[in-house]
Ligand binder design. Sequence first.
Ligand SMILES: Nc1nc2c(ncn2[C@@H]2O[C@H](COP(=O)(O)OP(=O)(O)OP(=O)(O)O)[C@@H](O)[C@H]2O)c(=O)[nH]1
Ligand SMILES: [Mg+2]
Length: 246
Amino acid sequence: MTFRVTGVVPTYDNPATIRAVVMRLLEHVDHVVVVDDGSGAEGRAACAELSAEGLAHVVHHEVNGGKGAAVKTGLRAAKDLGFTHALQVDADGQHDIDDVPRFLEAARENPRALILGDPRYDDSAPSARRIGRKITAFWIAVECGRGVISDGMIGFRVYPVDAALAVPVGGDAMDFDLEIAVRLVWAGLPVINIPTKVRYLDEDEGGISHFRAFRDNVLISWLHFRLSVRRVFALVFRVHPKRLPE
Ligand SMILES: Nc1nc2c(ncn2[C@@H]2O[C@H](COP(=O)(O)OP(=O)(O)OP(=O)(O)O)[C@@H](O)[C@H]2O)c(=O)[nH]1
Ligand SMILES: [Mg+2]
């Protein structure tokens, strides 16, 4: 299989940061798909400019569908355009693009693997998010075994496109990142966790989060409940999710 990678950047209202993220990505990949998830006027204009300048292949959602819906659209676009791998990066400037070569090298050497960032936060990270991620880490260990996935929520990762499109993922919002990671492990994909710094930008740098604490945490708890029940069911009744061919 020839390794062909595209960047995939889901965005919902990131007018201040989307361009820089795409430009930095283009230092490492030849192609970037931006999924504009129903952004308002400014965010939409920023994406339209990237498209007009030929810097990104922009797919537009008329109505906001959630981060998961945006990444699903990006994965399908990657497939349609003939890419084997999708390097997903969030549009809010939190990820360290200097680490992209390490992610791509791991993916090239292990084309079946899911490559996940393992976030190293500095003081800019809100404590509620750190605590939320710790709780989620506990549940992921129940669902996948300890030490398999270091962080299931990070939006900096490389997907083998065919596998990512083959596993059933119901979540269209913030629950998506977690669900697809767990389901890919259940489908038999190896995971490579790569430490990477995450920095939350200040508001005056254009930092913006759309994470809705109540709604998204309820969604994530409900997802963990379902996945854990499925896992226990698999262990007790030996009915395991379908594995993808090697
Ligand atoms: N929240 C949210 N993000 C979306 C949506 N559609 C696309 N995205 C993009 O998904 C990425 C992650 O969104 P964030 O709100 O930063 O979520 P997060 O990184 O988990 O949350 P923080 O840790 O608070 O930054 C960003 O690039 C968003 O623009 C959506 O409907 N809601
Ligand atoms: Mg973010």
